[in-house]
Ligand binder design. Sequence first.
Ligand SMILES: Cc1cc2nc3c(=O)[nH]c(=O)nc-3n(C[C@H](O)[C@H](O)[C@H](O)COP(=O)(O)OP(=O)(O)OC[C@H]3O[C@@H](n4cnc5c(N)ncnc54)[C@H](O)[C@@H]3O)c2cc1C
Ligand code: SF4
Length: 518
Amino acid sequence: MRTFDAVVVGSGFGGAVAACRLAERGGSVVVLERGRRWERTDFPRPGQPRARWWFQGDERGLFELRRFAGMKVIVAAGVGGGSLVYTNVQKIPPAAAFQGWPEPVSLDSLHPYYARVEEMLDPSPIPHPLVRLQAFEAAHATLGRAEGLERPPLAIRWGEGDLERANRFGALQKPCNLCGQCIFGCDRHAKNTLDLTYLKRAETLGAEVWPLCQVNRIEPRALGYEVRFRRLPDREAGKPEEETVAARRLYLAAGSLGTTELLLRARDVDATLPKLSRRLGEGWSPNGDFFAGLIGSRIPIQPTVGPSVAAGYESAPEGFYVLEGAIPPAAAEPHKTLLRLVNHLLSLRLFFSGRSDSSSPGDTPACADPESEELLRHMGVFFLMGRESSHPSTPFGTGGRLRLGPRGELELDWDARESELLFGRIRRYLAELGRGYGGWMVVPERWWAPDLGSVHPLGGCGMGRDASAGVVDAFGRVFGYENLFVCDGSIVPRALGVPPSMTIAALAEHVVENSVSG
Ligand SMILES: Cc1cc2nc3c(=O)[nH]c(=O)nc-3n(C[C@H](O)[C@H](O)[C@H](O)COP(=O)(O)OP(=O)(O)OC[C@H]3O[C@@H](n4cnc5c(N)ncnc54)[C@H](O)[C@@H]3O)c2cc1C
Ligand code: SF4
């Protein structure tokens, strides 16, 4: 059994930061990551087999879909975690999002850590004029909502041409070509993902990153922890092999679901960490995620050009944030029959409303079918999020609750009424926005997807002032256990209402700095 100064479980926004900062301190570090290493040419594309898409059973794909009662959650699997598939938005939440967090963590105290994340991931607003951007801004201006508009910082390498150049960590990247595939992984490595930034630096400094290693058991030893994991075969054939490593310090960063599940198992099944707080699993939030689509916009949108997200709108009084999104061209092409049908229905409406073809000179075809193309050009997608009713007046302990079911599988108790107040505001805004575009807003929740969904799971191992209020303290230290830390989205005690990755990375900076200096 090999022994390290530190073991990090998971390589997303929490784990990558931890690995990098620990390696900078000079100790031996290993990162155990269940997903594969995704090279530029590996990312899944429509038409490729399921095993490339999904991480489930014998499949080692990029996405994991967890189905709970009334809630579906999508996360990523791979070296770099959520950064591989995220829409690149690096956003600092408003001060209101930190109400009720344990002292001394606040927006002010995290500022130096946000600055470090910014330095590493180098986010900046899109420098290109896009039809989509102008449409989003025009629709909000029509509604008198111009004030909350923004072009959020995106962790993307901008530039012209095809030239591949090494970034400051030595990873090769090409500039973004606005292909719109960010959520399926970037085959130009134009996204400043964690494998090309924090993890690249960690590995240069000697940290080891072991892909396809799924941790399933944690046990304290006299001088630290033993961590048992399954080394997963790359392909379906082959049997996983059990291995163990040991470390003086253990950093858990398997994400809100992954870390909470590991700790629940350690407390309730293996009984290796029996003193864990009874708050474990509580305070879970989907971050108020909501999704909507728009068809038949009067203003051309051209959603197939540009990164997955380019513009945002924040409504502070209503407590939500919206991002306009891209439709990846490769995802549109296989659905052209459906697109053609919707286009026929819409053309009747457009005929009666007297709209002529309003394509703009900058538009380029994304779909080899003129009718689908016409519909696509006037479609939009919107990703919304906000702070649910559990925020900020109700105490920690409300929100969802993750727990193990009778067969040991992760289950979630989530009461959709938690979201109702927020979603009511969001629906009213979306109806307005549809009018701003002069189109039809389609809300999937009302039609074909009655379950809620989230790509921003938070909580489960929330920070609290003591074990009666949280699972970890304000420095990510697990109550009841020395040298055991959590530094991922699971420690965020309630919804942030904005994309959370920058806050998770900043918290990891804060946790690791204090863990080695304390
Ligand atoms: C499609 C999509 C778009 C998004 N867009 C944005 C955005 O624009 N901006 C933003 O801020 N956020 C965005 N997010 C959310 C963001 O990706 C997450 O909030 C963030 O990645 C969470 O960081 P984390 O460190 O908590 O977990 P993750 O990044 O999920 O990392 C956890 C890692 O642990 C690994 N793991 C899990 N269990 C185990 C185990 N037992 N053993 C070993 N390894 C394990 C996982 O494979 C994963 O790599 C998006 C998410 C999705 C899915
Ligand atoms: S738009 Fe395309 S090239 Fe640009 S970051 Fe996204 S996937 Fe990469």
